[in-house]
Unconditional design. Structure first.
Ligand code: GEK
Length: 241
């Protein structure tokens, strides 16, 4: 379904939330809003496959409609893996459940309604958090990363993708403009872009790329690197050695 949530003018723009309405159009919304979304899914899932140790669990924090599980299933092909996707929006989990039909039965896939801040990540080999950390209140991010580091098995891996903001205001504004151009090229009108921007302000709070690196290092990760960057979007890999 096409995302037209912000196509009509609002008198008062309601704060963005992961409602039933958003879940219905989510696949179209994220495809037209996150640059290189599909490429990045493939990249993160290929790396998950590289680092996966048989018998461990892949956790997907903020799994939404299950795109990462689908991509993992394609990338792993005939290799078994266990996956748990967690999301606190029941509308998203319901949609993710339906996507299971397209996945191979040799892959053990569960979608659970839960809060990623309190979830017990047992036997974690890989933790993927694609565009979810940005919705966690900034003051709680260090605690979540500490928990992720603590929960990962030895040689475990965190794959994190985020919208980011540059520390230099001028560069930041140019990168934001590039993102708006990308959204326009994907068919969003100026009104849609501006209303969505207002709705998401204070809900999605991006860190600087450097802050994300610092948080992961402070949590204990011995090696941290950016594996993909496009203006104000960055993807990181962090290793627990
Ligand atoms: C993808 N990773 O397709 N606990 C659980 N879920 C949460 C929490 C929380 N505390 N906060 C937010 N969410 C997906 C895309 S979307 C990104 C992730 C976006 C969930 C929220 O319900 C939503 O489904 C997801 O995190 C963020 O690669 O909309 O920009």
């Amino acid at each position: 379904m096409k995302d037209d949530i912000y196509s009509k003018p609002f008198q008062i723009i309601p704060k963005f939330e992961f409602s039933e309405k958003v879940a219905q159009v989510f696949d179209d919304m994220i495809h037209r809003s996150v640059p290189f979304y599909e490429t990045n899914q493939t990249m993160s899932c290929q790396m998950a496959e590289e680092f996966y140790t048989d018998g461990s669990i892949i956790y997907d924090l903020g799994c939404s409609t299950g795109k990462t599980a689908q991509t993992l299933s394609q990338v792993f092909e005939n290799r078994p893996f266990q996956y748990i996707g967690i999301d606190n929006s029941s509308a998203m989990i319901d949609k993710a459940e339906k996507s299971k039909n397209d996945m191979s039965e040799i892959h053990k896939i569960d979608f659970l309604l839960g809060d990623i801040e309190t979830f017990p990540y047992g036997n974690a080999g890989i933790i993927i958090a694609n565009y979810t950390f940005q919705f966690i209140p900034p003051e709680k991010r260090a605690a979540l990363l500490n928990n992720i580091y603590f929960s990962l098995n030895k040689n475990g891996v965190l794959l994190l993708s985020e919208k980011v903001v540059e520390s230099d205001k001028e560069i930041a504004n140019h990168f934001i403009h590039m993102h708006h151009l990308m959204k326009k090229a994907c068919g969003y009108s100026d009104l849609e872009i501006m209303q969505k921007r207002d709705a998401i302000e204070d809900v999605l709070i991006p860190n600087t790329p450097e802050k994300n690196m610092e948080l992961m290092k402070d949590a204990g990760f011995q090696a941290v690197s950016i594996y993909h960057k496009w203006f104000n979007f960055a993807s990181y890999i962090a290793l627990k050695k």
